[in-house]
Design a protein around this ligand. Structure first.
Ligand SMILES: Cc1cc2nc3c(=O)[nH]c(=O)nc-3n(C[C@H](O)[C@H](O)[C@H](O)COP(=O)(O)OP(=O)(O)OC[C@H]3O[C@@H](n4cnc5c(N)ncnc54)[C@H](O)[C@@H]3O)c2cc1C
Length: 377
């Protein structure tokens, strides 16, 4: 076929796309998958690393293990993207593409929240989660605030999970009574599309004496006075801040001229950008769904099916549906689930499943089955 597909970013979206093209076309396709890192790590593993439930080594899925017909992984940093020419420059060379897929995710903008880098911590990057993993054992009294610094942010349930897991962590160390936990989020409820999920989370916060502060965003931190400043000017004293930093598209994507209002606009049904032969999937795109792995994966499936149908003949896939399921850690080893539908109705909806042992196993399978599919031949 001789079609060169260049996939930028080997996260949820890029890995799923490369896997599907390889499964369908084998050596008939020429896929180059590029990522600056040497390993993939599931987002939720960052919580596990932060709370000492696992080690980083145990959750790293090394890209060198990718063994797929038709797919070559290159560990390179992308330094420029020319969407008109479908040309990508990395620190190591230039790649020309017939089809270019941008799946570079979202980066973090710590500077957008004054005081965060100096006086707080974030748990959304691997480095940040590791740093907090080293700090938490020293936190034995005072007020911890889990706070969101901007929207949109990845995996909307994650900060709720962090607050509940922090309760567990401090309880297990016998210091919970000497600590307060507050949770600040700029939504009216933890999971707006699903009132049942939100009710269950708010009940869990109340049960564990976690102060819930809805409809407020953390706008800055004053490390000298040890206060968090909210978007309404209110202040909350803190001893330890665990933040969700403001997100933004990676600089290289912004510099490519593909973004509008911070992210890459796409046709929500097909994930096509305004540049012919260039698609954007996952957190880097603006599409009206949350920034989460399951949505990146769903978008990748539509692009893969469309490319395969185009090359092989056959019906084009239906439009991207905007459906996704997220597992939610409720603490004490309990896992619930919310199934959300963002695009099919007039407004997003969500269905809640109460925490259960079956869902603990399901979440485990969610990770292990993807690891197996994405990394083996
Ligand atoms: C704490 C936490 C918990 C989460 N829990 C869940 C969950 O339970 N379920 C869920 O579905 N989602 C979860 N997420 C969200 C999920 O991790 C992301 O939404 C998902 O990874 C997005 O997929 P993506 O393919 O768009 O981008 P990513 O998976 O972020 O992949 C982007 C890739 O691009 C690479 N890259 C970026 N810039 C460059 C460059 N210049 N050169 C080369 N490579 C580059 C990066 O290294 C990265 O590997 C969680 C996130 C966090 C932070």
């Amino acid at each position: 076929m001789g079609t060169r597909v260049v996939v930028l970013g080997a996260g949820f979206g890029g890995l799923e796309l490369a896997t599907l093209l390889s499964e369908a076309l084998g050596d008939d396709v020429d896929v180059i998958l590029i990522d600056k890192n040497d390993a993939f790590i599931f987002g939720y593993s960052k919580l596990d690393v932060m709370f000492g439930r696992t080690t980083l080594d145990a959750v790293r899925l090394a890209y060198r293990d990718i063994a797929k017909p038709g797919v070559r992984f290159l560990q390179q940093t992308i330094t420029a993207i020319d969407p008109e020419a479908r040309r990508v420059t990395t620190h190591d060379g230039v790649h020309e593409a017939d089809v270019l897929i941008v799946a570079l995710g979202a980066d973090y903008d710590l500077d957008a929240t004054p005081g965060l880098a100096e006086g707080g911590n974030e748990f959304y990057s691997v480095a940040g989660a590791e740093r907090l993993g080293a700090l938490l054992p020293k936190f034995s009294h005072g007020r911890a605030i889990v706070g969101v610094c901007g929207t949109p942010f990845k995996c909307p349930p994650a900060p709720s999970e962090a607050a509940l897991l922090l309760h567990d962590y401090l309880s297990a160390r016998g210091v919970r009574d000497d600590c307060e936990i507050s949770f600040v989020i700029p939504f009216g409820s933890p999971i707006p599309p699903s009132p049942d999920t939100s009710r269950a989370l708010v009940a869990a916060f109340a049960e564990h004496d976690i102060e819930f502060v809805p409809e407020r965003r953390v706008s800055s931190l004053d490390p000298n006075r040890h206060v968090v400043v909210l978007d309404d000017g209110g202040e909350m004293p803190y001893d330890l801040f665990l933040g969700v930093p403001k997100h933004r598209a990676p600089d290289v994507v912004v510099a490519s001229g593909m973004t509008e209002d911070g992210y890459v606009p796409v046709n929500a049904k097909t994930l096509e950008t305004r540049f012919p032969g260039v698609y954007a999937v996952g957190d880097v795109a603006t599409i009206g769904v949350p920034k989460a792995g399951v949505f990146a994966e769903g978008a990748a499936r539509v692009v893969a099916a469309s490319l395969i149908a185009g090359w092989r003949g056959g019906a084009q896939p239906g439009a991207y549906g905007g459906l996704g399921s997220c597992y939610i850690e409720f603490g004490a080893g309990r896992v619930g689930r919310v199934d959300v539908d963002f695009l099919s109705g007039p407004k997003p909806t969500g269905t809640f499943q109460e925490p259960s042992a079956a869902l603990v196993a399901e979440k485990q399978h969610f990770g292990s089955s993807r690891g197996a599919r994405w990394f083996s031949s």
